[in-house]
Design a protein around this ligand. Sequence first.
Ligand SMILES: O=C(O)CCC(=O)C(=O)O
Length: 287
Amino acid sequence: MQLSDSQVNSFESEGYIILENCLSETEVEVLTKELPQLAKKDDLRWVEEASRNVRTLYIPHTKSQVFNNLMRLPRLLKAVEQLLNSQVYIHQYTLHPKVALTGEGFEWHSDAWYSRKEDNIPESQLVVVQVFIDDATSDLCGPIVFLPGSHKEAISVDPYYKNYQRPQSDLVPNNRHSSEQWGFSMSIEQKYRLKKELLAEFVDKYGIVSLKGKAGTVAFLHANLLHASSNNITPWDRKTLRITYNSVNNLPLHPEKLRSEPIVWHDFTPLLPVADDILLQPEHSPV
Ligand SMILES: O=C(O)CCC(=O)C(=O)O
């Protein structure tokens, strides 16, 4: 799929694009039917402490050909390649079920803090593609909220980050997590935190957008966009997939120091597209 100039410009200035009905109802059904395939694997999930429900399921593309095909769907892949002006590979791929009544929120952060500081990926221009498997139309279901335009803020302390401007104290390391702890950067308490005063400044400057939409909506988010989400207090699950693509021209400087799999994926092979109607084809061979 070719994005229009105005969509590309909007991504550059605001840090996001939302495409309603990007996946058809039938395609969403195909994804939904495939979910039990992912739930079989105990080792690829992060469980919420209170409810014991799944918070994050990792690397669905290794468990299911359907989810593998999804990340190569031209509607997603070609659009990301256009935004990044290069071939891309998968950096992260997760499912967030945000279960009805219990699903817990995420503190304010930008994904690029982690790709820069933890994975030594030099530039922040990764693209996160968020695929809605359920409707997320209520403010009470814990939709992602973000500050449009905040992707241009250089908050990072990463010495490789060429636009570095702000002092280290902008990000507060959360000492309760050791870097060895599995899943630390996906846990409810983020390893890095924005100071309340700075967040207030950014909210005043950019305002808050709530990322809501029907199942089948797809959003393209700049990895440096400040975002968060609250708990889901509705009686409906809010399942979304997050597929993070990185440019093959922006590889980690020290691949051996990447966060471990399955938190991030270590295969930098450029993705090849599949047929755009592949989710509707009857047979999906196993991965
Ligand atoms: O799914 C959510 O509610 C938030 C996910 C998120 O912020 C993240 O994975 O970085």
